[in-house]
Structures are given as C-alpha cells and as structure tokens.
Design a protein around this ligand. Structure first.
Ligand SMILES: C[S@@+](CC[C@H](N)C(=O)[O-])C[C@H]1O[C@@H](n2cnc3c(N)ncnc32)[C@H](O)[C@@H]1O
Length: 337
C-alpha cells in the first residue's frame, strides 16, 4: 500500500503591470487631478515614494523574471519505495535532491511516453520506471550511444520487476531510433555529453517528436559553475536556458541546488527553431563522429527548414576546424573518428 503523504508545490509568480493597466491608471489620476488637485498631488507623491522603496527592496535578478516555479516538497512516497535499494546498488549518478526532483516532476505530470537519452548504468532509468509504473499505458524508451554491457545493466540486475515497459536502444544517436519510437513523447530526460555541442544537438534531434507542451528535464545544468574552469561542461546550461517554456527547479540555492531542471515547452515550438539552432554557434568542446554529423544532417533536412540546415552546416564547418586546432582536455569515445 502506498502511504500518500501530503503533496505541496510552491508557486512563486511575479506579475508586472501591463500597458493596459498603465493607461487606465493614468486616466484615473488625470481625472482625479481635475477634481481635487491638492489631495491627488500628495497621494501621488506618497505613492511614488512607496514604489521606489518597494522596488529597491525586491531588486534582485530572480524577482524580475516573469515567473518562476520551484518544487518545494514532492510526492516522494513513490520514490521512497526504491530509495534504499537504489542507494545500496550504487547505480545512480544523481544527488539525493535530483533523484527526488526527477521522481517529483514525473508524479506531477504523469507522462505516458517517456524518452531518456543518456543511460549509463541505468540509475535514472530506474527512478523513471518506478515513477511511471502505476500510470496506465506508460513506457520508457532509453537511448545510449555506448554499446558496452554496463549500459542499462542496473535495471535488470536490481529492479527486474520494473522492466516490463522498458525498451533500451544502444550504439547510435537518437536520430536513428526516434522514428521507431514515434512522436507524442510526453516527457524526456537528456543527460549525455555535457560538453558543447552535446545536449544542444540531442535536444534538436528529438524536438519534432515531442508533444506540444512536453516536459524536458536536463541534468547538470549547473556544471558551468560548479566544475573546474578547464572542463567547460556548458551544453545543458546553454540549451536548458535557451528553450522557451515554463521552468521548474528544485527549491534552494540557485547555484548549488539547481543542477537539474525541467522545462514545459511553450505552444508552437516551431517559432523558436531558428533561435535553438543559433545555440550551436559556440566553440564546441568536441566534434561528433562524421557518421553522426551525416545522420543529423539528414534528420534536419527532413524535419526542419533550410535556414536550420544552413546554421547546422555553418556551425559544423567552423567547429570541425576549431576542435582540430583546440583539442579539448578530455577525449570521448563518441568524438571525432
Ligand atoms: C552522465 S551519463 C548518464 C547518467 C544517467 N542518466 C544516470 O543518471 O544514471 C551519460 C551517458 O550518455 C551517453 N551519451 C553521450 N552522448 C550521447 C548521445 N549523443 N546520445 C546518446 N547517449 C549519449 C554516454 O554513453 C553515457 O552513458
């Protein structure tokens, strides 16, 4: 029996004055001024002083943003069912609050079709499978570029009872499996290379298959500040902040606790495709294998417009040279041939 704990989600919203509000207020003031000049002038003066002080008090970077939503407490009871065993198995690469966040966001939105890119031993797959296992018709599709046996091994080794709606694809990039997996993906977790272009490309290679208002979760969106400066693990940070949608973070300090985040995509993502392709214009830390570049090119040609393809080609042509002349400190098995 599941012990249902009280669920609480904290919403913090900051609304700003719209232009319509401003015009209406101006009319009211002008009319009142005509009726009684002295009282109106004094009230107006006091109001300006109050707003000035109030603004100063709240003038930090967070409260200026139009909306922020933090999870404060999650429905953790579902995760509690596997927590101890998962910790003992040492399969997960996530911190405690990240595991709770991943479980919590799944329990809030109850996805049916979940896509995971970046599996490693399967720690995050286990959290996802556990969180969706009482959602009717739900399944997890996981993709990892690595073919090694250890990829995904923890699911069957430690939690075989969760594996009935689980499909693992190995050895290729997402473009090669996504048509088979199909569209209408409700939720995705992207946790792959971290170095540019990494997650930027992984997101672009699944975006046309995501449902309108799908949720995309990114891990390690804080590595750009928490890792040493010669490890430029910036890809999750760049793409997560670039995506248009409502953002969700764990509560707490924004540098130390916001190392995982979720974005609920705004309607009509096609409007932002060009903005997203522009995010490829950074200095890449590795260059993907040429076969993967070719597969991505074909995918872009099929699912995006000519401008996206041109941006992709310019970014790859520039970075092929850039990476050759500025080799990254770390080499990965999925980089240049
Ligand atoms: C950080 S680990 C994933 C950890 C896992 N999500 C967890 O929390 O337990 C990154 C994984 O991404 C895989 N990977 C890297 N680039 C990839 C890509 N473009 N497509 C699919 N998998 C990729 C690596 O082989 C590695 O297993």
């Amino acid at each position: 029996m599941i012990n249902m704990k009280e669920k609480k989600i904290v919403f913090e919203r900051n609304y700003s004055f719209s232009n319509e509000n401003r015009i209406n207020s101006a009319f009211i003031i002008i009319k009142a001024f005509n009726d009684n000049k002295k009282i109106v002038l004094t009230t107006f003066f006091l109001l300006v002083c109050f707003l000035y002080i109030y603004q100063g008090k709240n003038n930090n970077n967070f409260t200026k943003y139009k909306e922020k939503i933090y999870f404060d407490q999650y429905e953790v009871n579902k995760y509690d069912e596997i927590k101890e065993k998962l910790n003992l198995s040492q399969c997960s690469l996530m911190w405690a609050n990240q595991k709770e966040f991943l479980n919590g966001i799944i329990r809030k939105f109850k996805p049916r079709k979940f896509l995971e890119i970046g599996v490693y031993r399967g720690g995050s797959s286990i959290i996802i499978l556990n969180a969706i296992n009482d959602i009717k018709g739900s399944s997890l599709y996981s993709i990892d570029l690595n073919t090694e046996e250890k990829v995904g091994e923890c699911v069957n080794k430690f939690f075989p009872e969760l594996s009935k709606n689980y499909k693992l694809y190995k050895g290729k990039i997402a473009t090669e499996f996504i048509e088979k997996i199909g569209n209408n993906i409700d939720m995705a977790l992207i946790d792959t290379a971290h170095y540019e272009p990494g997650e930027i490309l992984d997101f672009l290679m699944i975006l046309p298959f995501l449902k309108e208002n799908a949720i995309v979760i990114f891990h390690d969106i804080g590595n750009q500040i928490t890792r040493s400066s010669n490890r430029r693990e910036w890809a999750p940070y760049i793409i997560f902040n670039g995506i248009r949608g409502e953002k969700y973070y764990p509560s707490g300090n924004f540098i130390l606790k916001h190392d995982i985040g979720a974005v609920r995509l705004d309607n009509n993502q096609k409007k932002y495709y060009h903005d997203y392709f522009r995010l490829l214009s950074g200095q890449w830390q590795y260059f993907p294998k040429e076969i993967h570049i070719k597969q991505m090119r074909n995918f872009i040609k099929k699912y995006y417009d000519d401008d996206c393809l041109i941006m992709f080609e310019e970014a790859t042509n520039f970075n092929r040279r850039f990476v050759r002349n500025n080799p990254a400190p770390l080499i990965f098995n999925f980089t240049s041939d």
